[in-house]
Design a protein around this ligand. Structure first.
Ligand code: EPU
Length: 425
């Protein structure tokens, strides 16, 4: 039997890239649409679903609850949650996926209770769930915290006003989704504005929900009695699109990135302008072109529409190849710069000031070596570094990369990357 942990990527660097690469559906949209289906009656057809580990895990957890989820074609699923028969989220499956927290809210609203182990996910920070718990309580739920799980109950939830103490994507989505079927009016203030949030609201509204303001800092939801199925499509993955664009600039290559929404990445284009990258934007495509010389710049991550934390690691790789000194300031997650020791091992000149900030001096040549993927986005960044490094890089623990990028090796080979997946068992 082949275990994912035995798989690795072998990348021979410095090959020119060319051609087209198409963007998959957004992981962080699909991961919210599937759980929202718990509140919706009937068969829901979801298209443009990325075939990635995280999505297969959330489906597995929902099937374990009794939901009927069938793959009807590649990237297309039919979901019916009417057959859900239990309210205990599987303690073996939940820790594999942080986004499994998205299931608890809808389960509580629909069935009046849920038993939830602590969710897992990328090791990019402490990732507490305190804001979720206090939100459930504001709706009127009771929570009993045990050593290994939470028991959350609430049969008479009521609409409420929630001010998020931190702008949080999954909290905004959870409370917005829950409130669609909770009697009364809910107002979420200091809400996150990531494009996946208005996309989720649009889907719920088509099912009969009454949500206004999604995509702004204040979202209002008027509870309705029922939601009924409608077909929906997952929006293009802006993080994948941005990563491919950074890849084209880094490899000084002309590539075309298709099936994407360039307007979701304005902060990346602003940074491209600062480093003097050459690129062209169409309505649903991006083209990169070789630049003469790239300039260093400072980068600070921020909630949307600021620079996404999920693009910080690929952009940091790019900054190792720009002229001058750059500072990268990660403001969202406290553990999201530790992968830079792997870039240093490959030849980058990076000084860590504190867990939130690094200083980079560039450009420095990178050299192939053996590295391990610490998490999803940093793993992808290591592929980018390997692509421009001299010699061969071996990346272990690629399960972390497969969690978020569909058939990434095959798709990168099509634009000229020399990448092989091998089984080391
Ligand atoms: N936070 C709390 N308490 C909570 C929840 C969050 O303190 O109860 C903190 C977090 O620790 C963090 C900050 O709030 O410091 C913001 O985190 P947020 O809740 O916005 O992150 P998230 O919703 O857990 C989503 C994406 C992440 C992405 C972030 C930021 C999903 C499934 N995940 O996470 O995606 O980095 O928003 O945009 O949507 C990834 O795809 O690799 C990934 C990690």
């Amino acid at each position: 039997m082949i275990h994912e942990k035995d798989m690795k990527f072998i990348i021979n660097g410095q090959k020119p890239l060319n051609g087209e690469i198409s963007v998959s559906g957004a992981k962080n949209h699909a991961l919210k649409v599937f759980p929202a289906c718990i509140l919706i009656n009937g068969d829901i057809n979801i298209s443009n679903v990325p075939e990635i580990e995280d999505i297969h895990r959330i489906i597995e957890i929902m099937q374990d609850l009794g939901a009927d989820i069938k793959k009807i074609a590649d990237n297309q699923y039919k979901v019916n949650t009417g057959s859900i028969s239990k309210t205990d989220l599987n303690p073996e499956l939940i820790p594999k996926l942080r986004a499994s927290i998205m299931l608890a809210g809808p389960m509580l609203v629909k069935y009046g209770q849920v038993k939830m182990p602590h969710p897992g996910g990328c090791v990019i920070g402490k990732r507490p769930i305190d804001i979720f718990l206090s939100g459930y309580k504001k709706f009127g739920a009771e929570i009993i915290e045990n050593d290994d799980h939470y028991l959350i109950t609430g049969k008479n939830l009521k609409g409420t006003e929630i001010f998020l103490p931190m702008i949080s994507v999954t909290n905004t989505e959870t409370f917005m989704t829950m409130a669609t079927l909770i009697p009364g009016k809910t107002i979420i203030k200091n809400a996150a504005m990531e494009p996946e949030i208005p996309a989720l609201a649009e889907f719920l509204n088509l099912c009969g929900a009454k949500i206004t303001g999604a995509g702004t800092p204040t979202i209002e939801i008027e509870g309705v009695n029922e939601l009924n199925a409608t077909d929906t499509a997952i929006i293009p993955d802006r993080i994948e699109a941005g990563t491919f664009a950074i890849m084209g600039v880094l490899a000084k290559s002309k590539i075309k990135i298709t099936n994407c929404e360039p307007k979701h990445l304005e902060s990346l284009w602003a940074m491209f302008d600062k480093i003097e990258a050459r690129y062209k934007l169409g309505k649903n495509y991006i083209e990169t072109m070789p630049a003469i010389e790239l300039k260093a710049t400072n980068l600070k991550t921020h909630e949307y529409p600021g620079f996404p934390t999920d693009l910080q690691s690929p952009f940091t790789v790019l900054l190792t190849q720009t002229r001058g000194m750059s500072m990268v300031h990660e403001t969202i997650f406290e553990g999201r710069l530790f992968y830079t020791d792997k870039l240093s091992k490959m030849g980058a000149d990076i000084i860590m000031c504190d867990p939130y900030r690094v200083v980079i001096n560039g450009p420095t040549p990178l050299y192939g070596t053996k590295v391990e993927s610490p998490d999803l986005r940093a793993g992808m960044a290591l592929i980018l570094a390997a692509m421009v490094a001299q010699g061969t890089t071996e990346i272990d623990n690629i399960y972390q990369i497969d969690r978020g990028y569909q058939k990434i090796d095959e798709r990168l080979r099509n634009i000229g990357v020399d990448i092989q997946r091998i089984n080391d068992a």
